[in-house]
Design a protein around this ligand. Structure first.
Ligand SMILES: NC(=O)c1ccc[n+]([C@@H]2O[C@H](COP(=O)([O-])OP(=O)(O)OC[C@H]3O[C@@H](n4cnc5c(N)ncnc54)[C@H](OP(=O)(O)O)[C@@H]3O)[C@@H](O)[C@H]2O)c1
Ligand SMILES: [Zn+2]
Length: 427
C-alpha cells in the first residue's frame, strides 16, 4: 500500500491509495497485483480552483496551461536514457505570459529540472508560475530539495501534472510548497505525465523493472525460418528504431538459443546514447566463449543469468554472472531475475527473444508493454513467435489495450499494454 498526503486537504490527512498497475504484488493474489484505489480518485486542487475562478475555467486558460505542460514534457524527454533510475522531468517558468526559464533533468545525479529552470530565470522567478510534469522533491537526495529552492525563489504558483509516488515524496512535495505559501495546481495532463514516466512509476513503487517485449515477426507469425535464420525479418528503418529503443532502456535480455543461433551484439549501433546492460538467460552455461556478447563485453555490461554454479566458474573472468534459483522447467526463475535486476537499479528491461523466452515472460504475466513488428513476409514452416501459452479458448487469449500503430517503410509496429495491467494508473 502506498500512502499519499491528500493535496486537497492541504496535505494534513494521509490518504491511502494504490497505483493499480504498479501496486506491490500481494501474497496469494492470482496475478500478483492487488487492485486498489486509483490515483485519479485523489481530488485535484487544480480542478476545484478552476471551478471557483470563472476566468480560470475558460477554454483558453486550460489550453494555455496544457500547452506549457506539454512543453515541460518535451523538455523532459531530452533526458530519455540518461536519468535512470530517476524520472524524466522538465520545467518551464512563465511570467506575464512570457517564458522566462526552462530546464530539464539531464542526467542522473545532476541538477533537477526545477533547479535548472530557476537558474536560468533567476530574479524573474518572483511572482512567476512554474510548470513541472512531476511533483517537486522535498527530500535530500543527490541534490537539495527542490521545494526549498522554489519557495526561496518567490515563485507564486506551481502547476504540476502528477504526484511522485516515491514514498519519500508522494504528496509531501505539494504540502511543503503550500506550507511555504506557494499556490499549487495538480493534475494538468496527468495521464500523459504518468505515461511519460511509466518506467519510473513502476520501479519506484515495486522495485521491479518495467518489462517490454520486442517481437519481429512475419505475417504468418514466424520469428525465424525452419533453420533458425531470422536476419532480417524487419527492414533497416525498423531496426534503427529498435536501436534507439535500446538506448532508452537500462537492459536488454535474450535466451541462450538466440545467442548461439544469431550471435547478436545487442548494442545501440549508431543510435546515440549508451549501450544497455545485456542479460542472457543460460541455465546451463552453454553459450560459447566466442560469442560477441562475451568477447565484446563493452564496459562490463554483459550478465549471464544462470541456475548452474559451474557457469560462474566458466564465465566469471569475462562477464558478470547471476546465479539464480530454478523456476519453471528447471530454467532461470524469472520473478527472481526481475527482483535481482531491480536490486541492480535496472528500471527497464527490453526482452528481445527468442520464442521460448517470449513464451515464458508472457505465460508468467511479467510483461508491461509490447512492441510488435509485423513484416509483410511469409515463411511457411518456421519458428512461431510463441509456444504454448495455455490458451484453449479464444476468450482466454492475451489481449492488449491503448494501441499505438506506427508505420515504417514496409513494416508495421503495434505498441500496446497487455490487459493484465489494465487496472492502470497510466494512459
Ligand atoms: N524475430 C525475432 O524477433 C527474434 C528475436 C530473437 C530470436 N529470434 C530467433 O529465435 C530463435 C531462438 O529462439 P528459441 O525459442 O529457440 O530460444 P531462446 O528463446 O532464444 O532461448 C531459449 C533458451 O533460453 C534458456 N532459458 C533459461 N531460462 C529460461 C526461461 N525462464 N524461459 C525461457 N528460456 C530460458 C533455455 O536454455 P537453457 O535451458 O540452455 O538455459 C532456453 O532453451 C533463433 O532462431 C533466433 O534467430 C528471433
Ligand atoms: Zn527535485
Amino acid at each position: 500500500m502506498v500512502k499519499a498526503h491528500d493535496p486537497a486537504s492541504g496535505g494534513d490527512e494521509l490518504v491511502e491509495f494504490q497505483c493499480r498497475r504498479f501496486a506491490l504484488p500481494q501474497a496469494g493474489s492470482k496475478s500478483g497485483w492487488k487492485k486498489g484505489r486509483d490515483l485519479r480518485s485523489i481530488p485535484r486542487m487544480g480542478s476545484s480552483d478552476i471551478q471557483s475562478h470563472p476566468e480560470e475555467s475558460s477554454g483558453f486558460f486550460v489550453m494555455t496551461r496544457e500547452r506549457y505542460m506539454k512543453r515541460t514534457m518535451n523538455l523532459a524527454k531530452k533526458g530519455r536514457g540518461k536519468t535512470s533510475p530517476n524520472p524524466m522531468v522538465g520545467a518551464v517558468v512563465v511570467k506575464n505570459g512570457e517564458v522566462v526559464g526552462t530546464g530539464y533533468h539531464q542526467r542522473f545525479g545532476e541538477l533537477h529540472a526545477e533547479a535548472n529552470a530557476l537558474r536560468v530565470c533567476q530574479d524573474k522567478a518572483r511572482g512567476a508560475s512554474l510548470y513541472v510534469n512531476l511533483e517537486p522533491c522535498c527530500h535530500h537526495g543527490k541534490t537539495p530539495p527542490c521545494t526549498d529552492m522554489i519557495i526561496k525563489s518567490g515563485i507564486r504558483e506551481v502547476i504540476c501534472a502528477t504526484l511522485d509516488p516515491n514514498s519519500q515524496v508522494n504528496g509531501r512535495g505539494i504540502k511543503a510548497l503550500r506550507d511555504g505559501g506557494v499556490e499549487v495546481h495538480l493534475g494538468v495532463l496527468e495521464e500523459e505525465a504518468k505515461k511519460l514516466n511509466e518506467v519510473y512509476m513502476k520501479f519506484i513503487t515495486t522495485g521491479l523493472p518495467f518489462v517490454m517485449l520486442k517481437v519481429a515477426q512475419t505475417l504468418d507469425g514466424k520469428i525465424a525460418t525452419k533453420l533458425g535464420d531470422s536476419k532480417w525479418i524487419t527492414e533497416e528503418d525498423s531496426r534503427r528504431f529498435v536501436h534507439s529503443l535500446r538506448s532508452s532502456v537500462d537492459a536488454v535480455l535474450v535466451g541462450a538459443n538466440t545467442v548461439k543461433r544469431d550471435d547478436p551484439e545487442l548494442t545501440i549501433h549508431n543510435a546515440g546514447g549508451e549501450d544497455p546492460m545485456r542479460i542472457i538467460l543460460d541455465s546451463s552455461g552453454s553459450i560459447p566463449h566466442s560469442s560477441k556478447i562475451i568477447r565484446e563485453n563493452k564496459n562490463g555490461k554483459t550478465i549471464i543469468a544462470t541456475t548452474n554454479r559451474r557457469t560462474k566458474e566458466k564465465f566469471q573472468e569475462e562477464v558478470g554472472v547471476w546465479n539464480l534459483k530454478k523456476g519453471k522447467d528447471d530454467r532461470v526463475d524469472l520473478a527472481q531475475l526481475l527482483k535481482k535486476a531491480g536490486e541492480n537499479q535496472i528500471t527497464s528491461l527490453l526482452v528481445e527473444g527468442g520464442s521460448r523466452v517470449f513464451t515464458s515472460f508472457l505465460k508468467e504475466k511479467l510483461v508491461d508493454k509490447i512492441y510488435y513488428f509485423l513484416s509483410p513476409k511469409i515463411l511457411g514452416d518456421g519458428l512461431g513467435s510463441f509456444g504454448d501459452l495455455g490458451v484453449r479458448k479464444i476468450h482466454e487469449s492475451i489481449t492488449f489495450r491503448d494501441y499505438e500503430i506506427k508505420r515504417f517503410k514496409n513494416d508495421l509496429l503495434v505498441i500496446g499494454y497487455p490487459n493484465w495491467s489494465s487496472d492502470t494508473c497510466v494512459a
